[in-house]
Ligand binder design. Structure first.
Ligand code: NDP
Ligand code: 8X3
Length: 267
């Protein structure tokens, strides 16, 4: 059997590491003994995640403010990465999310612009800024976090579905562009997972967010983090190009099996 891509001591950069998948991935890579470079806008949350990561075995757990929607912020973050680490082995482009669930006829410019800035342009900016630190180290991997929303449209999801479809095509283009460099490029595309995603989408309406997961056993952030670590850890000659991961209760965006809330088992 070929040796897996050893994660111990590797520099792993995760955007959107202050909650949800990004925070869980930080802890999962920490358990592998990685060196973490964490970015997001909420530095207090990053500090908490980094502290927990060190307890779990991260060799380093460093963090810096990052707003992927702003080119100067991405460039400042990349300069910081260059100064503290000098290289990146795993780049997880995870920062993003949705805002609103209105049909196009009622959509808001600010929501559309934020979704496209973070989920699409953020991935492009971050990748451009970090690639020079990855190219000298074949075997490394860029993992973009997409969504089933990028593969199937749904009502009220036009801008978010477009953004995640954009992420999918960015991943595919990068895979072609980097073929021959030894770098791997993957997208991990989850379905419904209970994180802060819906609270953000519904702008703080926690009751409406909770309804999304009612009667269902959704994915957890840890389920997705495990998938990310698994994809990163395949041997250097193995690239899992595209992974779609959904909870068993969700066969498709519109096909969700819901049972009485009292029967819903949570781990
Ligand atoms: P969370 O809301 O829990 O996490 C989103 C993360 O993105 C936070 O750490 C947030 O940090 C960060 N973020 C948002 N905007 C920016 C920005 N401009 N600059 C830097 N960081 C930013 O949601 P999830 O963990 O669920 O979402 C992670 C990714 O997974 C997103 O791309 C989302 O679209 C995708 N996804 C989510 C699914 C779900 O059902 N939960 C399913 C499929 C995909 P901060 O606010 O501190 O900046
Ligand atoms: C988040 C999952 O299906 O609500 O990307 O869009 S979905």
């Amino acid at each position: 059997m070929t040796a897996p891509f050893r994660l111990r001591d590797r520099w792993v950069l995760i955007t959107g590491a202050s909650s949800g998948f990004g925070a869980a991935a930080a802890l999962a890579f920490a358990r592998e003994g990685a060196r973490l470079l964490l970015g997001a806008r909420r530095e207090n949350r990053l500090a908490e995640v980094a502290g927990r990561a060190r307890e779990l075995g991260a060799v380093e757990a460093l963090f810096h403010r990052l707003d992927v929607s702003q080119t100067p912020s991405v460039e400042a973050f990349a300069a910081w990465v260059r100064s503290v680490a000098g290289r990146v082995d795993v780049l997880v482009n995870n920062a993003g999310g949705a805002l609103g669930l209105e049909p196009v006829a009622e959509g808001r410019d600010e929501d559309w612009e934020t979704m496209l800035q973070t989920n699409v342009l953020g991935v492009l900016r971050m990748t451009r800024a970090i690639l020079p630190l990855m190219l000298p180290h074949p075997g490394g991997i860029i993992i973009n976090i997409g969504s089933i929303a990028g593969r199937t449209a749904y009502e009220g999801g036009a801008a978010y579905c477009a953004a995640k479809a954009g992420e999918l095509q960015i991943t595919r283009a990068l895979r072609l562009e980097l073929c021959g460099t030894g770098l791997r490029v993957a997208t991990v595309d989850p379905g419904m997972a209970e994180t802060e995603f819906s609270v953000v989408r519904f702008k703080g309406d926690a009751a409406r967010a909770a309804k999304v997961y009612e009667g269902v056993q959704p994915l957890t952030a840890e389920d997705v983090a495990e998938a990310i670590v698994w994809v990163a850890g395949r041997p250097p000659h193995v690239c899992v190009d595209e992974m779609v991961i959904k909870c068993t209760d969700q066969a498709a965006f519109h096909k969700v099996h819901r049972r009485p809330v009292s029967e819903t088992k949570r781990p």
